[in-house]
Design a protein around this ligand. Sequence first.
Ligand code: A3P
Length: 345
Amino acid sequence: MLFKQQALLRQKLFVLGSLAIGSLLYLVARVGSLDRLQPLCPIDGRFGAHSQDEIPLRALQFKRGLLHEFRKGNATKEQIRLHNLVQQLPKAIIIGVRKGGTRALLEMLNLHPAVVKASQEIHFFDNDENYAKGIEWYRKKMPFSYPHQITIEKSPAYFITEEVPERIYKMNSSIKLLIIVREPTTRAISDYTQVLEGKERKNKTYYKFEKLAIDPNTCEVNTKYKAVRTSIYTKHLERWLKYFPIEQFHIVDGDRLITEPLPELQLVEKFLNLPPRISQYNLYFNATRGFYCLRFNIVFNKCLAGSKGRIHPEVDTSVITKLHKFFHPFNQKFYQITGRTFNWP
Ligand code: A3P
């Protein structure tokens, strides 16, 4: 009998203890999100006026989970009306560069309470079939957001595709354009590594980087190789400059975003006229991944997928030197045009 009573008491204590721990965790999580989400205005004037019944931005943060559902297209009409949600065309686009750190940049900017990301690469402006579907199709691909938030999408193919600058200009001639770059040779090897992985998965044979990057007939850099061409940043940028003034671009240092993301993100906040809201709290170094990961609050963290941060194959040093020499004059021109200098060889 006594034994039974003791067991019952233990059970009750266990339930009470679990409840107490659960409540404590909930409270800490709420405080975590509050800490991150100080009121955001003066943002209002910058991205359009608030309507009377609009949900304040702070409230949105407690709805991150809910918004996630909306993004997945699970929102009912009633929910959309109730929360005054809209699908907005992007006010800023990460146009490239492939393997520059475009995903990391988008995810990190999404830490900002006034930013909403389009999770998928939409490929509207670079894909003729998609483009033919029209701007409404594009808008409908955007996530739901509050009217005072800005939507950002990234499709790195935009940077190198001939028709894209004119098409984006036609949509919005004052749009803000973000380009994240890495040291061009490293970027080319990263590009190669991604393609190589795909080929390996399909059991296809593939050449070594050296063989693709160097023309065997001339022993010079093979400018027909796409991974090399994409890294000639200045050539692509010059095409964009026929449509947009340089002030509409912001160059992000992708190498620095890996080692020291916060200052790079703060520069982007400034460029987008956003109040500084991303802090060191939102970024923590994960030694296992070897990269910074994202902290939304005390309970919600995430690192980028394993496909980001691949191990590169070793490349012959003479090929690396050749590539460095090849890219050098293009890099100089890139610094000159953009006003941002990098320590590239
Ligand atoms: P590697 O795989 O060569 O290391 P993109 O998103 O444009 O495809 O760029 C991928 C690159 O983003 C990766 O290239 C990786 O180095 C870089 N990167 C930058 N910050 C990162 C982060 N926090 N986590 C993972 N990868 C990151």
